[in-house]
Design a protein around this ligand. Structure first.
Ligand SMILES: Cc1cc2nc3c(=O)[nH]c(=O)nc-3n(C[C@H](O)[C@H](O)[C@H](O)COP(=O)(O)OP(=O)(O)OC[C@H]3O[C@@H](n4cnc5c(N)ncnc54)[C@H](O)[C@@H]3O)c2cc1C
Length: 335
């Protein structure tokens, strides 16, 4: 078997996106039983500066096409280049990060190749598919939340190849010990037509910079129970004292206490810090989907029956308006 992973570069750090490293390792674990190959495909102006890290996370080969005109996402050009590589490699599986680029190109490629694509998968595994009494052989089982996150659907693509899926950053893990694989780079042998370049790409400059959830060991998250933007500011001060980041529930974003980029959950970021402090968050399934893999969870809530206590390692039952100022007071004494 063979799996292709679409590799992306973070334009700010010039390194591979975290999700590309996570997918390289996921593809490696999927391919291990059949001793299959993991091939990365990169399109852009120049390779990420940490290509060796992609191999340490599972790639066997990296096929790349670079051109100055491809600095920013150019949907048609990227799609045409990647499609040519897929046609020549004939992989069984193609994985994309559910990033802005991935969400743009993956459906174009799937539709052009007349195959299926499952977006925002939370689990991927390979198993035998018995379908209408026929044995269809090994298939990729693609698990993702459906109906507002109330059920998990398992989707297979029985008759068409490749089987395509996208996964959001933070869902898959990295290897505990880096792999020892040699770097193998191959320039793609594809046609590239400058007419595919359109100058109509949009550059969106977010109001606040990127939130460092990938590198934060501690996240202090607030929900609707925080009650106001002013009280939310205490969470920022607590996070700063602890050297962590601030996250929020969707309700806190909807109430205007926090910014959308800080939202954690099914339609926000997926995080797994060493410590997650959930303040005034009830713990609905859509929020839990983004944080329940955290190593330690501390919940603060005035309702002893709040579902968040079902997954918390430690719980404090009480009013945030009394607890947060005391926490901050003690943290400042420690500084
Ligand atoms: C398709 C879909 C996608 C969604 N995606 C997401 C997502 O990505 N992320 C997300 O978070 N949600 C998401 N939601 C929304 C989700 O269902 C919940 O509505 C949301 O998580 C609730 O946020 P909350 O816990 O902050 O608010 P609430 O459910 O209102 O809970 C507030 C909590 O604060 C406690 N509280 C109140 N006052 C105090 C106080 N003074 N001191 C201590 N505790 C107090 C209450 O007891 C309560 O438990 C999604 C929903 C849908 C349908």
């Amino acid at each position: 078997m063979q799996t292709i992973v679409y590799i992306e570069k973070n334009p700010i750090t010039n390194k591979s996106r975290f999700v590309s490293l996570e997918l390289a390792y996921k593809a490696y674990t999927l391919m291990q039983p059949s001793k299959g190959e993991v091939v990365g495909v990169f399109v852009g102006d120049s390779l990420p500066e940490d290509t060796d890290d992609l191999f340490k996370n599972g790639l066997d080969r990296l096929i790349y096409y670079t051109d100055d005109n491809l600095k920013n996402l150019q949907s048609i050009a990227y799609k045409n280049i990647i499609e040519q590589i897929i046609k020549s490699e004939e992989p069984d599986i193609v994985l994309f990060g559910a990033t802005h680029n991935g969400r743009d190109i993956a459906p174009l490629i799937a539709s052009s190749l007349r195959t299926g694509l499952t977006a925002d998968c939370t689990q991927l595994y390979i198993d035998d598919l018995i379908y209408r009494k026929e044995n269809k052989g090994q298939s990729l089982f693609q698990v993702r939340p459906a109906f507002g996150g109330n059920i998990l659907a398992t989707i297979v693509t029985p008759d068409n190849r490749p089987m395509m899926a996208s996964v959001r950053e933070g869902v898959m893990t990295l290897p505990e010990k880096k792999l020892n694989k040699p770097v193998k780079l191959e320039k793609a042998n594809v046609d590239f037509n400058k007419e595919w370049i359109k100058n109509d790409f949009l550059s969106i400059i977010p109001k606040i910079k990127h939130v460092n959830f990938d590198t934060s060991d501690i996240i202090v998250a607030g929900g609707a129970g925080v009650g106001s933007k002013e009280t939310f500011n205490l969470l920022h001060q607590i996070a700063k004292s602890l050297g962590g980041e601030v996250g929020s529930s969707r309700a806190a974003v909807d109430f205007g206490f926090s910014e959308k980029v800080r939202q954690i959950g099914q339609t926000g970021s997926i995080v797994r810090p060493k410590l997650y402090i959930a303040c005034g968050i009830s713990g609905q399934i859509q929020h839990r989907a983004g944080m329940e893999e955290s190593k330690k969870i501390i919940a603060i809530n005035n309702d002893k029956d709040a579902p968040i206590f079902g997954i918390a390692h430690k719980g404090i039952i009480g009013d945030l308006n009394e607890i947060l100022p005391v926490m901050l007071h003690y943290l400042r004494e420690e500084e």
